[in-house]
Design a protein around this ligand. Structure first.
Ligand SMILES: Cc1cc2nc3c(=O)[nH]c(=O)nc-3n(C[C@H](O)[C@H](O)[C@H](O)COP(=O)(O)OP(=O)(O)OC[C@H]3O[C@@H](n4cnc5c(N)ncnc54)[C@H](O)[C@@H]3O)c2cc1C
Length: 295
């Protein structure tokens, strides 16, 4: 994947570090075992043992309740807008407790951002491939005829004009603030804000900290963005497939409506109704492409 990505442009090293504001102090996210020892004691135990039936139980298999209540439950309830017990256990697979206090969000060997930006990188990837922009396939289906396969990467329920009902998604409203006199606003590129008492936003991001230092140092001031989750009505706002049992079942019902001959492929984050990180989305696309090309 790394070799493939580099065919379309150079990457600079960027290893995301996230902190969570807890009791007025910036703590590591994912949670450091040293924090748990400080907060609960040396001989801490996870709260829950056994097979988890929901997100809360899956999280409590990793940590004591006090830590869950500070870092995980309020953050997740802001993000999804429902009690954490209503979310799927699999969602807890997105984090762990760091026995070694590793502060990086990801442990991947290669972590980076294209030097010339994602738009340029993607444009190079598409070189030689005809591209039509600003074309809503679902409203203009009759204008597209395909020879072997049709690949659709939009929402699977919208593809079927919602005839089994609407899948739920969450999105985020973004409020950008430019501070011309501040060189650096945050201690790290992203600060999570689980505590509702500190405002409805879920996190704040400082873009400058994701840029190559030599580029960032030439920028006057800084831009931060506060993200606040909401439930979007329009598909353009769909960002996160909803991780609960009702929607998983509805998604499966939509999938079973796809023709068995495999000529229509509905895939990607919205098509497969799965939260993919970028590397996972690209690896999935490469996997599907190699299957198609060998077909
Ligand atoms: C807020 C947020 C932050 C994220 N941060 C990170 C991060 O830090 N690191 C990371 O690795 N990943 C991150 N991701 C995940 C990353 O964005 C996804 O993994 C990636 O975009 C998935 O690619 P995709 O091709 O599956 O879907 P998408 O990027 O959603 O692409 C689907 C495409 O289909 C098009 N489409 C939809 N409907 C139609 C239609 N009717 N007609 C024509 N075209 C249509 C859309 O316009 C879009 O271009 C983040 C995602 C979100 C929402």
């Amino acid at each position: 994947l790394w070799d493939y990505a580099q065919r379309f442009g150079r990457f600079y090293k960027f290893e995301a570090v996230i902190k969570t504001m807890v009791d007025g102090v910036l703590e590591n996210w994912p949670v450091a075992a040293s924090y748990i020892r400080r907060a609960v004691g040396e001989r801490w135990q996870p709260e829950f043992h056994g097979a988890p039936g929901n997100f809360e139980e899956a999280s409590l298999r990793l940590m004591p309740r006090l830590v869950y209540e500070k870092f995980v439950r309020p953050y997740s309830e802001k993000q999804w807008g429902i009690p954490a017990r209503g979310l799927s256990a699999s969602l807890a697979g997105r984090f762990d407790v760091r026995e070694d206090d590793e502060p990086r969000l990801m442990r991947h060997r290669h972590q980076g951002i294209p030097v010339s930006g994602y738009a340029d990188w993607t444009t190079r990837m598409l070189s030689g491939i005809p591209v039509i922009l600003n074309f809503d396939f679902l409203r203009r289906r009759e204008e597209i005829s395909y020879r072997r396969k049709l690949i659709f990467t939009g929402p699977v329920d919208e593809y079927f004009t919602y005839d089994l009902g609407k899948l739920a998604y969450r999105g985020q409203r973004r409020e950008h603030v430019y501070q011309p006199e501040v060189d650096r606003a945050l201690a790290v590129p992203q600060v999570n804000n689980p505590d509702p008492a500190n405002g409805p936003h879920i996190r704040t991001i400082e873009w400058k900290q994701m840029m190559p230092p030599e580029y960032a140092s030439r920028i006057r001031g800084t831009v931060t963005t506060q993200e606040t989750p909401f439930t979007p009505e329009h598909p353009d706002g769909y960002e996160y497939p909803f991780p609960d049992a009702v929607n998983t079942k509805l998604y499966q019902a939509y999938r079973s409506k796809l023709p068995a001959d495999g000529k229509i492929l509905v895939c990607g984050r919205l098509g497969e109704y799965r939260y993919y990180d970028m590397d996972q989305a690209i690896a999935r696309a490469m996997h599907l492409a190699s299957e198609l090309l060998n077909d």
